[in-house]
Design a protein around this ligand. Structure first.
Ligand code: ATP
Ligand code: MG
Length: 358
């Protein structure tokens, strides 16, 4: 199949939404396979839902849209439909009804590790809560969950009526893989186990109504990250990068990953920017200036703001009191607040666009 036809087919599929939802079937990860051979177009859908009739409706819509495109003489659309919360292997893709009370789910991601993703996720969540939003934070980093340390919580969550109760600290409802894994859990899990655990952190946690659920993703853009991005019903993603030019490559990989699952990238945050001297307050650019902005411009997404490089940010994270809590009036808290405002602005812009469709 030529690239051009393949793109055309994916565009058609992206134009089909799940009944009652504003998101399309590609971003939900419901399209399992697309193949075109000898005039026969085959598309397999794998839909996880309690409503088989809606899955059938999607199948019919896909079939008629593909017929209209006239790229093949024959169109065959297969449907595998599973009920959510079965075994990990069966639970294909994302369940749109997983967290119905959550308005925006925003992933914090990065192309590579150690750029300050968890630091940004923690401070951004708290800054949103300080601004009056109802906020949850899900630490889905399968390699090294850092939220227990950043929030200074080292207990097991309570279970009530078979549901996990999130911790509530600094105005944020928190759940982390770190709370449910014990230290003996092997770092390298088998894929299905990881996915089951992440899914449980969404469906079996008493999140309650939230304006924002921030998700700290594992670093990188490999299979694990891709699967989590498909599994979690993301409304958008922010990419954390450092100012060096080289990080453009990683940011681009991150963007490409989200494009694959049709999740909009809300924008780019530049972390570890300018160093503010704690003695004289003078700003020094350790790396080149403006890397994050240039990256955002090249990748065509919004620049959400920059966070300075400062040992105080490390201390805050290590001591279980992020900087927006320990120094709420300081310059770093101000940076996180302006990033939070930018995220809110982008999210509401997108919501307005979605609503205008109706
Ligand atoms: N703006 C900053 N100034 C100084 N240090 C920072 C800043 N942001 C993060 N750090 C420090 O850098 C280290 C890595 O940060 P963090 O754990 O948030 O990164 P990450 O991208 O989540 O890493 P991983 O890929 O391991 O999940 C931590 O020690 C953190 O305290
Ligand atoms: Mg991290």
């Amino acid at each position: 199949m030529s690239k051009e036809i393949e793109n055309q087919l994916w565009e058609i599929l992206k134009g089909i939404t799940f009944p009652g939802m504003s998101r399309d079937i590609v971003s939900f990860g419901f399209v399992d396979r697309v193949a075109l051979t000898a005039g026969k177009l085959e598309v397999d859908l794998a839909i996880s839902t309690h409503h088989r009739d809606q899955a059938d409706q999607v199948r019919d819509e896909v079939e008629s849209a593909l017929r209209k495109a006239e790229v093949a003489d024959e169109v065959v659309v297969g449907l595998k439909s599973a009920t959510p919360h079965s075994t990990a292997q069966d639970a294909v893709s994302q369940d749109p009804n997983l967290i119905p009370e959550v308005q925006h789910v925003v992933a914090v991601a990065s192309g590579k590790g150690g750029v300050g993703k968890s630091t940004v996720a923690a401070n951004l969540s708290i800054a949103l809560a300080q601004a009056g939003y109802r906020v949850g934070l899900l630490d889905a980093d399968i390699y090294g969950p850092s939220m227990p340390m950043m929030f200074g919580i080292h207990e097991q969550p309570l279970v009530e009526r078979e549901r996990l109760i999130p911790f509530e600290k600094f105005g944020v409802r928190l759940m982390s893989l770190g709370f449910v894994l014990d230290d003996d859990t092997p770092v390298i899990w088998r894929g299905p186990m990881v996915m089951r655990a992440v899914e449980q952190l969404l469906s079996d946690v008493e999140w309650g109504p939230l304006d924002y659920l921030i998700v700290d993703l594992p670093p990188g853009t490999g299979d694990a990250q891709l699967t989590i991005s498909q599994k979690v019903p993301l409304s958008g993603a922010v990419i954390v990068t450092t100012p060096q030019d080289i990080s453009l490559i990683d940011a681009r990989k991150g963007l490409a990953m989200f494009q694959k699952v049709n999740v909009p990238v809300v924008g780019i945050i530049e972390n570890m920017s300018t160093f503010l001297c704690p003695h004289c307050g003078e700003a020094t650019d350790i790396f080149k200036r403006g890397g994050g902005e240039r990256t955002a411009e090249i990748l065509g997404c919004a620049f959400l703001g920059r966070i300075p490089l400062d040992p105080a940010i490390v201390e805050g994270g290590d001591a279980g009191e992020p900087i927006v809590v320990s120094d709420p009036e300081g310059p770093h808290a101000a940076s996180f607040k302006s990033v939070a405002e930018a995220v809110v602005a982008e999210a509401s812009k997108r919501q307005a666009n979605e609503l205008s469709i109706f």
